[in-house]
Design a binder for this molecule. Structure first.
Ligand code: ADP
Ligand code: ZN
Length: 520
């Protein structure tokens, strides 16, 4: 087919949509111009158009690598319905069909070809492709290339050769897996050139995030439920034992509750799921095992009775609330006492590298719970998505903590991070700021830095709070692939140069769950 003039025309005439979602157009344009891109969007975010449209605008066929043969077929069918010449080349094809697909490929009749990675990376197939104009390579489910992802596939590793074999062809990697370690690993393994990273779509604006300090958690849960007497929700707890306990106590208190965890018989588990779907059970108390296959649109709240082990889990679990788009709530009962338990769970298994990463992730989760400014900003910031202003729909936006002009302190912290070479973590930076006299500082010569001791007026806790807020606000980032060292982001520049000022929150101990209307 002949491509209409602009990507927007294509979006409208071929796909029948009115406008692009955030970043889709930028991504499309970048690929049309021949650049590589890395796209991080949640499932359903609209990743497919990011390569489908440029494939129609560039000469040659777009090759889409996907591990899921069943999804391939759906995509190809949908494209054909829109008049796009698409085909799949995988193990489900009979010999004749396979030959037909290859014939169309060589005749230049295809706009898009979906291929399984093991098929694509055979020498014979690569030879074919080298004779043909290729519009682009799209690697869907790109996290499969990384051991850090949750779904590593050995057959994806070979895809790292594409960049070298087809130097002139743009490469786009797409995934819904958010964590930074996996992201960095994917980009390195696929050899993306100056990969522009696009992160969007993680925000769930209808979910109100709140954190309260955990004290007598069962009473807190009962208070919460009393304010929402008919709504359905999920309560996540860390252990099976706790799940059983809480469900039992809820039933004792007259709440229609059921327990759900991996230790139950299959029959019992599906009974609970169905009862919840039919609204016969109002509250399911569950371990993380619950929710995988659950698609209940009217879950009105998710309560975390214990601290989730990382932000990815927290995001995924809270994301089960409010799928219908109506207001929903996510409440976290946060107790410092939970941290040692979570730590020991992590430290009891896995290799040292993995343990280090898991501990870092736990710390980041604690950071969300301790956030002094907008929770949503902190949450999205973790995934690399920046929210310019407070969300107006979290406990901290609705009931803001006391603030102070932190411009000077922030500048001190940022320049100290810079002075130690962006090679140290939070603890060391605070030690240097406060002028601690420890051996390590002396050995490193950090007591001779200009920033040594310039922060003696604040306690270590207060500096911790300032630095955490700088991370949440996107001025600093923690490199989790590298001992959680602090690094400046480009956003730090104007602040360091005195072109910007900064208001931060004073840390507070007790946070109350608000029941106000959203502010936007
Ligand atoms: P992903 O691959 O990220 O899981 P898809 O590409 O399958 O998501 O898109 C999810 C849904 O959103 C699809 O039904 C798709 O047609 C729709 N969609 C994507 N982009 C747009 C857009 N710009 N306008 C309207 N609908 C869109
Ligand atoms: Zn907020």
């Amino acid at each position: 087919m002949t491509a209409p003039r602009t990507p927007l025309d294509t979006l409208r005439t071929v796909f029948g949509y009115r406008s692009f979602r955030p970043f889709q157009e930028e991504i499309v344009t970048r690929l049309i111009d021949g650049g590589d891109a890395f796209v991080l969007m949640p499932t359903g975010g609209g990743k497919s158009l990011c390569y489908q449209i440029p494939a129609l605008h560039r000469p040659g066929v777009g090759i889409v690598v996907s591990p899921l043969i069943s999804l391939m077929k759906d995509q190809v069918d949908a494209l054909r319905e829109n008049g796009v010449a698409a085909a799949a080349y995988n193990s489900t094809l009979g010999e004749r069909e396979a030959r037909q697909v290859l014939a169309r490929l060589h005749a230049g009749e295809l706009d898009l070809l979906y291929v399984a990675p093991e098929r694509l990376m055979t020498d014979a197939f690569l030879e074919r492709l080298r004779e043909l104009p290729i519009a682009l390579f799209a690697i869907d489910e790109a996290h499969c290339v990384s051991q850090w992802g949750h779904d590593f596939r050995p057959e994806y590793v070979g895809l790292g050769r594409l960049r070298g074999l087809f130097p002139g062809v743009p490469l786009i990697a797409l995934t819904a897996t958010a964590d930074v370690q996996t992201r960095t690993d994917i980009i390195a393994r696929l050899g993306l050139r100056d990969a522009e990273i696009y992160v969007t779509g993680f925000d769930r604006p209808n979910i109100r995030y709140s954190v309260v300090e955990k004290r007598k958690p069962f009473n807190q849960l009962m208070d919460f439920l009393a304010g929402r007497p008919t709504e359905a929700g999920i309560v996540y707890a860390l252990s099976r034992k706790r799940v059983e306990e809480v469900a039992e106590k809820l039933r004792g208190a007259g709440v229609e509750a059921a327990a759900y965890h991996a230790g139950l018989a299959d029959g019992e588990r599906s009974r609970v799921q169905e009862a919840f779907l039919r609204d016969d059970v109002r509250v399911v108390v569950a371990t993380v095992a619950f929710g995988m296959g659950i698609d209940k649109p009217n879950v009105r709240f998710v309560v975390h009775y214990d601290l989730p082990k990382n932000i990815e889990s927290y995001y995924q679990e809270t994301g089960r609330a409010g799928r219908d788009g109506l207001p929903a709530e996510a409440l976290l009962l946060f107790g410092y006492g939970d941290i040692p338990l979570s730590r020991s769970l992590i430290e009891s298994g896995g290799n040292p590298e993995q343990i280090r990463i898991e501990l870092h992730k736990l710390n980041a989760m604690v950071g969300i719970a301790e956030a002094g400014t907008c929770r949503r900003q902190a949450l999205l910031g973790y995934f690399g998505e920046r929210l310019a202003e407070g969300c107006g729909n979290c406990d901290l936006c609705l009931d803001p903590p006391e603030t102070f002009d932190a411009t000077e302190d922030a500048r001190k912290a940022l320049s100290c991070v810079y002075r130690v070479g962006q090679r140290f973590g939070v603890g060391h930076v605070i030690d240097v700021l406060r002028g601690s006299r420890n051996e390590r500082i002396r050995q490193l010569g950090h007591d001779r830095l200009s920033t040594y001791g310039i922060g003696a007026h604040l306690s270590a806790e207060a500096w911790g709070s300032v630095i955490r807020q700088l991370i949440h606000r996107g001025y600093l980032e923690q490199d989790m692939a590298n001992y959680s060292v602090l690094k400046l982001t480009p956003a730090a520049r104007p602040l360091l140069k005195g072109e910007e000022s900064l208001i931060l929150a004073r840390p507070r101990v007790k946070v109350a769950a608000p029941k106000k209307e959203p502010k936007r």
